[in-house]
Design a protein. Structure first.
Length: 282
């Protein structure tokens, strides 16, 4: 497992396990248990995924020591603002059954996220969180936050995969020392990605699966990845990517797949802002 050193010196595993769209507690706890057994040491959840309790249960029951697991959760839009964030952070900690968090992220750049950031800066300085960051902050919002914050975000988690490679966003992140973390690293399976001809050809050459090739491509570009699966064999497959290397030619063939935009969600649209704001978690 590779580690990335964040802008505050904290080391973060370059690969972790995501649990979006795993609302069933038993399924989620089993998946996180399988992931920890397979060697994952980063778990990515969110208040809005409604599964923090199950994630916490798997972590507490695991023989892996707590300080070897990098736990991320996220603050939902409904809980934005200084006071609300402090409360929501406490609720998340209680649901997870943990005393501290490794990474706390603002889930969406919506509602009073400056108030949220001030609260997160305080929690970070008080030692309750090892690193703080954001999600879905496109270049304009990320630059603005970096220019006005006391603590520069350590991480920006954005959609990133072969169809949407985030080249411009990555430049802004690099400028401010913000680590990119890919959500939807497997494009959530969209556009029949697991049967894509170019990826299949590369996979055949290396005797690996298409999923493994995609994840390896992210690793070689320096991106943190958190692939999700509820299937044990896929969970194991997705972390078995450290015994081969993509050539410059392989990397270039994947670079050529970039569409330059999302086909999952358009964060610049009013429709997305309305839809995301309408999702209530309590
Ligand atoms: P993803 O990891 O790109 O794709 C997950 C999908 O791929 C699932 O349908 C899974 O199916 C399938 N899959 C996984 N491994 C596979 C394999 N080896 N072969 C074939 N199919 C495979 O999408 P994601 O879950 O949306 O993103 C990953 C994580 O990012 C999330 O779980 C969450 O933690 C985070 N996220 C964050 C945001 C944000 O706004 N910050 C948004 C979305 C996601 P099965 O489960 O059936 O195996």
């Amino acid at each position: 497992m590779n580690f990335i050193t964040l802008n505050n010196g904290v080391k973060m595993p370059q690969e972790g396990f995501g649990v979006f769209q795993v609302p069933d507690a038993d399924v989620c706890e089993q998946a996180v248990t399988d992931a920890l057994n397979a060697g994952y040491r980063l778990i990515d959840t969110a208040a809005a995924y409604m599964n923090e309790e199950a994630v916490g249960a798997a972590i507490r029951k695991s023989p892996v020591p707590r300080d070897e697991i990098f736990v991320t959760t996220k603050l939902w839009i409904q809980d934005a603002g200084y006071e609300n964030t402090k409360k929501a952070f406490q609720v998340s900690l209680e649901k997870l059954g943990l005393d501290t968090l490794d990474l706390y992220l603002i889930h969406q750049p919506m509602n009073d996220y400056y108030g949220s950031w001030r609260a997160m800066e305080e929690l970070y300085k008080a030692g309750k969180i090892r690193a703080i960051g954001v999600c879905n902050f496109y270049p304009d919002r990320l630059a603005d936050l970096c220019l006005n914050a006391e603590v520069i975000p350590a991480v920006n988690q954005v959609e990133c995969h072969p169809f949407f490679q985030q080249k411009t966003a990555m430049e802004t992140m690099k400028e401010y020392g913000v680590q990119i973390e890919a959500w939807g690293p497997l494009a959530e399976g969209q556009k029949d990605i697991f049967h894509n001809a170019a990826l299949t050809a590369i996979a055949k050459k290396h005797n690996k699966s298409v999923a493994q090739v995609i994840l390896r491509w992210h690793i070689q570009r320096g991106v943190v990845i958190i692939p999700k699966s509820v299937h044990k064999e896929r969970i194991e497959e997705n972390i078995d990517i450290y015994d081969f290397e993509l050539s410059a030619e392989d990397m270039a063939a994947i670079t050529a797949m970039d569409l330059g935009h999302s086909e999952i969600i358009d964060h610049y649209s009013a429709a997305a802002a309305k839809w995301l704001n309408s999702f209530k978690i309590h």
